[in-house]
Design a protein around this ligand. Structure first.
Ligand code: ATP
Length: 268
């Protein structure tokens, strides 16, 4: 199950050039997360400079958290395990325990490795008295496995969580994610850059007004902009296809009426 969520660095299909408008964030990630992996010998020397073993990306849906996680793994040449949290919550307790242990052991074998957990708050939310016993035990086990990574200075496994509800995350989990980055809704200027990136290799007209488009899409996430462009592209192709089908039908009709005229003439 876990292997199906695993990607080795060479096969990661996202890099920084697929992300628009987040240059400052990328620069910060490079210095906080990637550099310590690339120059581990320098950072691992002291307890004070240990690379972070937990990174949190938070912000509204569709603004690039997953893209950033994958591109980080690509640039740092790390393996990437996309851990589907439903695997840890749906199964029987005994099974989830084994699965969590297997994820950590696989990540350690593959290190350097990022374990990405989208919607991390859904299974590591603030603990309450109403937590199911199995859920509470799962969280405790997950945290103790994580602590195993944190206390091993030679280990280069990073748990990278994404959430749009950071306030719901258990405080103990937040402490394990000292590197925290906000991935915001794109501003007008960022929307313009995202639109240019999405359409850069598409057959668009030369006079497309990106600035106007960006101004008209207030409140759109990167994912919304992608959907908008997809719709526009599909409509265009659909129009073309409809015109071509109509033309072909006309030609067919003209041909068959000429043929029946000829048959009539022959008969006469
Ligand atoms: P969710 O919280 O719903 O998982 P997310 O923040 O992880 O969302 P992504 O899955 O990374 O968002 O982005 C969804 C899609 O939106 C991407 O595949 C891409 O097409 C587009 N996108 C979002 N942000 C950007 C960006 N900054 N630059 C380019 N494309 C973007």
């Amino acid at each position: 199950i876990i292997a199906s969520q695993l990607v080795i660095p060479d096969e990661i299909n996202v890099s920084w050039k697929d992300i628009a408008g987040l240059d400052n964030l990328i620069q910060e990630l490079r210095e906080t997360v990637i550099l310590p992996i690339q120059k581990r010998e320098l950072f691992a020397d002291s307890r004070l400079t240990q690379p972070p073993k937990g990174v949190l990306l938070h912000g509204p849906p569709g603004c690039g958290k997953t893209l950033i996680a994958k591109a980080t793994a690509k640039e740092a040449q790390m393996s990437f395990i996309n851990l589907d949290v439903s695997l840890l919550t749906d199964k029987w307790y005994g099974e989830t325990q084994k699965l969590a242990a297997a994820v950590f052991s696989l990540a350690v074998k593959l290190q350097p490795c990022i374990v990405f957990i989208d919607e991390i708050e859904s299974f590591l939310r603030t603990r309450t008295q109403h937590d199911h016993e199995a859920t509470a035990m799962m969280k405790t086990q997950f945290m103790s496995l994580w602590d195993g990574l944190i206390t091993d200075p030679t280990c280069t496994v990073i748990i990278m969580g994404a959430t749009n509800r950071p306030q719901d995350l258990d405080k103990a989990i937040q402490r394990r994610m000292p590197a925290t980055f906000h991935v915001p809704m794109p501003s007008e200027m960022q929307r313009e850059r995202i639109l240019k990136l999405i359409l850069q290799s598409e057959p668009v007209s030369d006079d497309i007004e990106y600035r106007r488009l960006a101004a008209a899409t207030d409140g759109f996430s990167g994912s919304d902009l992608h959907e908008l462009c997809r719709h526009a592209a599909v409509y265009r192709v659909r129009d073309l296809a409809r015109d071509e089908v109509a033309k072909e039908m006309n030609q067919k009709e003209n041909r068959s009426s000429t043929e029946s005229d000829d048959e009539y003439q022959d008969a006469v």
